[in-house]
Design a binder for this molecule. Structure first.
Ligand code: DAK
Length: 260
């Protein structure tokens, strides 16, 4: 599989997609998005892959957002196209049937943070900086940032970040619940991999259904979401992996899940 703007690697059960435009701080353009979607399609169809990591090349950035240079001379149609492109990417990640981890190795700004927020979990290097900085160039977040950020950290802090366009450090992001954990930069890649390996050993069907229930249920009434959970529980209850998990518990050994 040939890529120009991303590095796509598969090792054991983990696929890693690395945004690879370090000279532009891994800013997104149409080609970057198309290539990520292509890599995701491969990871989806590869039964051996259980977890996807999305990260940025170099030490400096996960992604500094949408490519600002392509916005010169913008008109309504081009702006709409940019919005669609980001929505398509974020929704592909959010609806991806395997866990996606954003490994935030540096700046995650504007669209970069929005894409990270569409991922299931976020691990940040202690050197990372995050922000919805669009307001500084006369924009607003346009890839779901006003909504996903609010759902993750609440209205009060979401408004502060979106209105001021300020950047926050990784520790502050962790305190706000924007990232799951912060890891020293020199241990970052290994820590992300270790965490991904932990997820890769869990039962794939249970992970898939848990992800869908948490994502979909968040926008439903509690009653409806709990009814959906019951149905999901029914499906997980019929898997071979559940029987394997129960047998492993009784036999005091580690379960080996097959995704069946
Ligand atoms: N786009 C294009 N190039 C970028 C870039 C970006 N977002 N960010 C950085 N670069 C480029 C710089 O231009 C520079 O390139 P050269 O000048 O060397 O050719 C190179 O990357 C290194 O950047 P700096 O020289 O600026 O590096 P510094 O360490 O001095 O500063 C920085 C790092 C991250 C503080 C700074 O680069 C910065 O502030 N970058 C902009 C970050 C930002 O504001 N990001 C948000 C972008 S707006 C929409 C939907 C969604 C969006 C837009 C529209 N619609 C619905 C219409 C999304 C918008 C965004 O994401």
């Amino acid at each position: 599989m040939q890529f120009q703007y991303v590095i796509y690697e598969k090792s054991e059960r983990i696929a890693t997609i690395t945004l690879n435009r370090p000279d532009a701080l891994n800013a997104f353009n149409k080609d970057v998005v198309e290539e990520i979607l292509k890599a995701l399609e491969d990871a989806k169809n590869d039964e051996k892959i259980r977890v996807v990591i999305l990260t940025g090349a170099g030490e400096k950035a996960f992604s500094a957002g949408a490519d600002i240079k392509t916005m010169k001379g913008f008109d309504a149609l081009k702006a709409r196209e940019l919005s669609l492109m980001g929505e398509k990417l974020c929704s592909a990640i959010e609806n991806f049937e395997k866990p996606v981890i954003a490994a935030i190795n540096g700046y995650a700004l504007g669209g970069g943070l929005e894409v990270a927020m569409a991922c299931d979990l976020r691990i940040a290097s202690d050197k990372a900086k995050m922000g919805q900085t669009e307001i500084n160039i006369g924009l607003i977040p346009g890839w779901g940032g006003t909504q996903r950020l609010t759902r993750l950290i609440g209205k009060t802090k979401a408004k502060e970040l979106v209105f001021t366009g300020k950047m926050i450090d990784a520790k502050t992001a962790e305190q706000l619940g924007l990232v799951n954990m912060v890891v020293p930069a020199d241990q970052f890649r290994e820590a992300v991999r270790k965490f991904a390996m932990e997820l890769a050993e869990k039962a794939p069907v249970a992970l898939r259904i848990a992800k869908a229930l948490i994502n979909k249920g968040a926008d439903m009434s509690l009653d409806a979401a709990i009814a959906l959970e019951r149905e999901g529980f029914g499906v997980v209850g019929s898997t071979e992996d559940l029987q394997e998990g129960v047998s492993a518990f009784i036999e005091k050994r580690k379960p080996v899940f097959k995704g069946k």
